[in-house]
Design a protein around this ligand. Structure first.
Ligand SMILES: CC(C)(COP(=O)(O)OP(=O)(O)OC[C@H]1O[C@@H](n2cnc3c(N)ncnc32)[C@H](O)[C@@H]1OP(=O)(O)O)[C@@H](O)C(=O)NCCC(=O)NCCS
Length: 166
């Protein structure tokens, strides 16, 4: 289990710290997003990677252009993962305030070291500090790693996005 000490986390497989992302992290966030975004593409759609990359860039540009929180996990050598959430985007159905996670990812070589879990625990703490009563986001059905992580953290399915090939 990860141990929390402020925003420092240690696990059996290494020590890392979670801190606020800075503008100099933005290029790495975009790059890690480009390297991992296909995990959010379902088998229902014949997606072209170049178009998925464009959509990801639009998402990032939107998030960076609005009020957001970027948390980055790093060890002394390198950046390991990030979570990016919007803190002023209310739930579209209820209008209630929430933290809306735009994207999160961990470097492939650093996975299964509880970094993803640590990032979400830290993001939830940041959201609570801002008085946001919910954390919400979308996840693709086939993204087993992400769904398992979110289930472990206590997230429940609120709505479903349906799709049919025509
Ligand atoms: C999803 C992701 C962020 C998880 O990061 P991570 O640091 O490897 O996750 P953790 O080590 O904190 O895993 C916590 C738990 O999640 C579950 N989990 C994580 N990866 C898993 C996998 N590949 N298969 C099954 N369960 C997995 C496990 O229950 C795990 O606990 P355990 O290791 O004690 O069994 C990472 O796989 C990733 O970056 N994926 C690509 C980008 C992505 O899909 N982002 C989410 C978009 S919604």
């Amino acid at each position: 289990m990860a141990r929390a000490a402020g925003r420092g986390f240690g696990s059996l497989t290494g020590i890392y710290r979670i801190g606020d992302g800075k503008p100099e992290d933005f290029d790495w966030v975009r790059d890690l997003g480009h390297r991992t975004m296909l995990s959010s593409v379902s088998g229902l759609r014949d997606a072209e990677p170049a178009r998925v990359a464009e959509s990801f860039d639009r998402l990032l540009d939107f998030a960076f252009g609005h009020s957001h929180v970027l948390l980055v996990a790093r060890d002394p050598m390198e950046r390991l993962g990030f979570v990016l959430f919007l803190d002023q985007l209310p739930d579209e159905v209820t209008g209630l305030p929430q933290a809306f996670v735009a994207y999160a990812a961990v470097e492939p070589h650093a996975r299964r070291r509880e970094i993803g879990r640590g990032l979400f625990v830290a993001a939830e703490a940041e959201a609570r500090k801002r008085g946001l009563p919910y954390m919400s986001f979308m996840v693709t059905e086939e993204n087993v790693a992400a769904r398992e992580l979110y289930a472990q953290l206590g997230y429940q399915t609120e709505r479903r996005q349906l799709c049919k090939r025509l």
